[in-house]
Design a binder for this molecule. Structure first.
Ligand code: ADP
Length: 496
């Protein structure tokens, strides 16, 4: 199996995409499948063990030929391999998608078109078998188009199936059509409409239309993106694909070895689902100390880790700030992102230094300590394709409080009288995306925190749940198989 993506833990990560692409190879390897991930060689990749294959590729896209060295690396534990595309002009930069100010690099069209094209050339030069090509998000969006239109008759790729996974339909890879020359595809493909979106190039649309099968990262999100509210303009194409039974929802899992409160080296104290009270309260005490927040017995600590963007529902925090500061709660926020949210949390922290601690950095260790040391994990996302953080929250005994949307619906069973009676509830959720509903939900959650028996049952149930990759990896395997069958049928139809 071959994955093409712009992130893969531990080589590159800005969010959930990196976690997922880093975890699939391990999960598939355990099922006996050989996996190779093709990834750009960003600066942090060179800190991981790797070797130079001594081979290179040269691709003419646009006006100049670009050469790339091919490096090989292995995922930890030898579970899955990588091909790293070392093209310093395109990938030796401080960020993956843009500079620290948040501005996208102006040549992202060329950078990720090159990645998709380089994947084919590299797999061929390195003589690697290709069964199915699995491309991720808009950065991998040209892979299915290249497979169909440039490499469809190439013996190595002729029988390969193609799968395209949407991790977030908001990010679409839209560029002026003047940049078409970077794609190395004939002009007629643009006018035929496959990659053309309102007279611009759209990588995401290309991935949706040209792949054998499209997947989204939860069943709920696979439905939501067929409608105008969450489809972000892609909904008509996604509806078509769904009618043709070519759109599938496969919920993400988590890497339960990397995210294990019983083994986590980032934590001051470890714990497991059977004995969690002592370890978790030591983690909480240490975290409060690290953040400079006072310890107040009986007061829950509410954590948030994530991109500080509109998607993550921060406007509900802004709108409800006054009421939130009157709840019996303390808050810790870790994130990078938009200036307006950073200044909001800075102000809140200055005004309520005993209640709020915010850190604006990408800090993996602190993220782990927040999952372990907080009592609740907040995800009031406006939309959420799957969300991994709530799964980490569940595994680390931090009860999720979520907006009932996307993957959050598929993964958090809300506290209701019925779900409590059936011993199913694992978190709190609210339906309407308003500050009032968010505050009401948090009020309920903080009151429930005072009920020790109820709280313990929530924590324990969440920690017991199995969100490992195994089931989803099997689902991907089946889907690879049908993507390949579609390809064989297509070839059969062509030759008959
Ligand atoms: P998304 O992919 O939309 O960003 P997810 O919940 O799927 O959201 O995944 C987010 C991942 O990124 C989680 O592993 C989370 O812990 C991590 N993360 C986000 N922001 C930070 C940060 N500032 N520091 C450390 N880890 C972060």
């Amino acid at each position: 199996m071959t994955l093409v993506a712009s992130e893969a833990v531990p080589f590159a990560k800005t969010g959930g995409l990196g976690d997922v692409v880093g975890a699939i190879p391990r999960a598939l390897s355990r099922l006996g499948v050989n996996v190779t991930v093709v990834l750009p060689a960003y600066p942090p990749c060179f800190q991981q063990p790797h070797e130079d294959t001594g081979k290179s590729i040269t691709i003419l896209m646009g006006d100049k030929p670009r050469k790339a060295r091919l490096l090989r690396a292995t995922f930890p534990g030898g579970l899955g391999e990588l091909v790293l595309i070392d093209q310093p002009d395109l990938y030796q930069r401080s960020g993956i998608y843009g500079d620290p100010s948040g501005a996208d690099y102006p040549d992202n069209c060329e950078r990720f078109a090159f990645l998709c094209r380089a994947a084919f050339e590299a797999l061929d030069v390195l003589d690697l078998p290709v069964d199915c090509l699995h491309a991720h998000d808009w950065q991998g969006g040209l892979v299915p188009a290249y497979l169909r239109h440039l490499y469809g008759d190439h013996p190595r790729f002729r029988h390969a199936g193609s799968l395209f996974t949407i991790h977030n339909a908001v990010f679409q890879g839209i560029f002026p059509k003047g940049q078409w020359r970077h794609l190395g595809l004939g002009e007629s493909l643009f006018s035929r409409g496959n990659l053309d979106y309102h007279d611009q190039i759209c990588f995401l649309k290309g991935g949706i239309l040209e792949s054998a099968i499209v997947t989204a990262v939860s069943e709920r999100y696979a439905k939501e993106i067929q409608g105008p509210e969450f489809g972000c303009g892609m909904d008509p194409f996604l509806r078509d694909r769904a009618h043709a039974r070519r759109l599938v929802g496969i919920v993400n899992g988590i890497d339960v070895e990397h995210w294990d409160p019983a083994m986590d080296a980032a934590l001051p104290s470890v714990f497991d689902r059977k004995r969690w009270r002592k370890g978790k309260s030591e983690c909480k005490r240490a975290l409060l100390r690290e953040l400079g927040l006072p310890e107040v017995p009986g007061r829950p600590l509410l954590g948030m880790v994530g991109r500080l963007t509109e998607q993550k529902g921060l406007d509900l925090f802004v709108g409800g700030a006054e009421s939130l500061m009157h709840l019996n709660a303390q808050y810790v926020v870790l994130g990078t992102g938009e200036e307006r949210y950073r200044s909001f949390f800075s102000r809140l922290m200055a005004e309520y230094p005993e209640r709020v601690a915010a850190r604006f950095a990408f800090d993996e260790g602190l993220a782990h300590r927040i999952y372990a040391g907080s009592d609740m994990f907040l995800m009031p996302s406006r939309f959420e394709p799957c969300g991994l953080s709530q799964l980490y929250g569940l595994r680390y005994g931090s009860v999720p409080v979520v907006h009932a949307v996307g993957g959050l619906v598929d993964t958090v069973c809300p506290v209701t009288p019925r779900n409590l009676a059936n011993h199913k509830a694992t978190g709190f959720s609210f339906q309407q995306f308003t500050a009032e509903a968010f505050v009401r939900c948090l009020r309920r959650a903080t009151q429930a925190f005072a009920d020790k028996k109820l709280w313990s049952s929530l924590v324990e149930r969440g920690m017991r749940e199995d969100w490992s990759w195994e089931n989803s990896a099997r689902h991907y395997l089946e889907t690879y198989k049908s993507a390949k069958e579609h390809r064989l049928l297509e070839l059969g139809a062509r030759s008959s």
